[in-house]
Design a protein around this ligand. Structure first.
Ligand code: NZQ
Ligand code: ZN
Length: 384
């Protein structure tokens, strides 16, 4: 196991009817910016619960943070926060609203062009404190320090990471997820699954705690994900999916082990250029990447096939083939297609995506740094 430090400061408040606890979670005297998306929280009753919990507090609203949140929209929210001198952000929604709010938190304390924070030119030195109410289990954004923002004018999707933007608290009420459309249920399960895979499917470093945790999360998602589609109002299922998605990217399973993240980086370019949902890109890239990197990932692929899918072939190549085909079938079963062609994207789209990877310095991806632009090209070809 590699050396590590681990500190996750987010207080998780989990369970039915926990939104009311916002009243006590938000610091006394705070002037709050309430951020949300396109209106799902108004239709499913979450907004009313939040506003009831904020009674007696000073708060302003900023609505309309898009899926794959837009840099320009977030700048407007930052301007509102500054002009009204607000000092706490409450993000209510999915990963996009929470990521967007982290960016607002950092941009409000940065004097230069805030794109600097995303393109790597500047580091976050200070941020406005934030908390969140999660309505879409998927990204883990509710208890990590990551934020992904899209600049639509240049078709760039970029990320930053800082310990200063961990939410102080995250309210996770599984009943808020009953209203998710099937596509977003699928997105959430696939995203969480791939987060685990990016931290697990590398090479062994004798870290059984992390491995067994990861395998447990994968099996939970394989078992509960389809049930969430079949029985949208099954509380236990929703609760299990929600907790699995948080655990998948709150840092715990990634400590002390090598990580990959190539699927995500290639996927971000697909979203930036073709507008696919984040998880749709992952369902396309991961099976192709597993196939292409099967030699480097051999030991972990065998372990994954045996422990997660209970495969028992003597022939190891066949076992790996099946581990990959089971993964693909699981994504398809959730309703996430696994080929570029399923979205009308053909071979002519590959070169521009590879060029973007180069432009964004994504030229040594993977746990060995051996996913060069040439390898990314082959992975995308395999994903057609
Ligand atoms: O905008 P509203 O009206 O709220 O609707 C949203 C949106 O249209 C809807 N939705 C959310 N909760 C709902 C609901 N609809 C009905 N009932 C509910 N309870 O779902 C749609 C998608 O929401 P979004 O927040 O975009 O989805 P997700 O949580 O999958 O977030 C995706 C974003 O997170 C980034 C992605 O790149 C993408 O930009 N990621 C963030 C990560 C992180 N911070 O660590 C890691 C991830 O790998 C990922 O990159
Ligand atoms: Zn993701």
């Amino acid at each position: 196991m590699q050396n590590f430090t681990f500190h996750n400061p987010t207080r998780i408040v989990f369970g039915e009817q926990t939104i009311a606890e916002l009243a006590a979670l938000i610091p006394d005297g705070a002037k709050v910016l309430l951020t949300y998306g396109g209106g799902s929280i108004k239709r499913n009753g979450v907004y009313d619960q939040v506003v009831a919990a904020l009674e007696g507090k000073v708060f302003f609203e900023f609505a309309g943070i898009e899926p794959n949140p837009s840099f320009d929209t977030l700048l407007k929210a930052t301007a509102l926060l500054k002009s009204e001198q607000l000092d706490f952000i409450l993000a209510v929604g999915g990963g996009s609203v929470i990521d967007g709010s982290k960016f607002i938190a950092a941009a409000a304390c940065y004097d230069g062009d805030s794109w600097d924070l995303l393109c790597g030119k500047a580091k976050v030195q200070q941020a406005v404190p934030l908390g969140c109410v999660l309505t879409l289990p998927a990204t883990g954004s509710e208890s990590n320090g990551n934020s992904v923002v899209t600049r639509y004018s240049t078709q760039e999707k970029m990320a930053f990471s800082s310990p200063l933007v961990y939410p102080q608290f995250a309210v996770l009420d599984p009943t808020t997820t009953y209203s998710l459309p099937p596509r977003q249920v699928a997105n959430g399960v696939v995203d969480a699954f791939v987060h685990v895979m990016e931290q697990y499917l590398t090479y062994p470093v004798n870290a059984p705690v992390q491995d067994r945790f990861a395998e447990g999360l994968l099996q939970t998602l394989i078992e509960q994900g389809p049930q969430a589609l079949q029985r949208p109002e099954d509380y236990a299922v929703r609760a299990n999916v929600m907790w699995a998605a948080t655990m998948a990217l709150n840092g715990l399973i990634g400590v002390g082990v090598p990580q990959d993240w190539a699927t995500h980086m290639i996927g971000h370019e697909i979203t930036a250029l073709h507008g696919l949902d984040h998880a749709q890109t992952l369902a396309i890239v991961l099976p192709a990447l597993m196939q292409h990197q099967r030699r480097q990932k051999r030991d972990k692929l065998l372990q994954y096939g045996k422990r997660v899918w209970q495969l028992a072939h003597q022939d190891e190549e066949r076992l790996i083939d099946e581990a990959i085909s089971h993964t693909r079938a699981f994504f398809e079963q959730m309703g996430a297609p696994t080929r570029l062609a399923d979205y009308g994207i053909d071979a002519s789209a590959i070169e521009p995506m590879v060029e973007r990877l180069v432009q964004h310095k994504m030229v040594k991806l993977g746990e060995h740094g051996d996913i060069t632009p040439e390898v990314s090209r082959r992975i995308l070809q395999q994903a057609l």
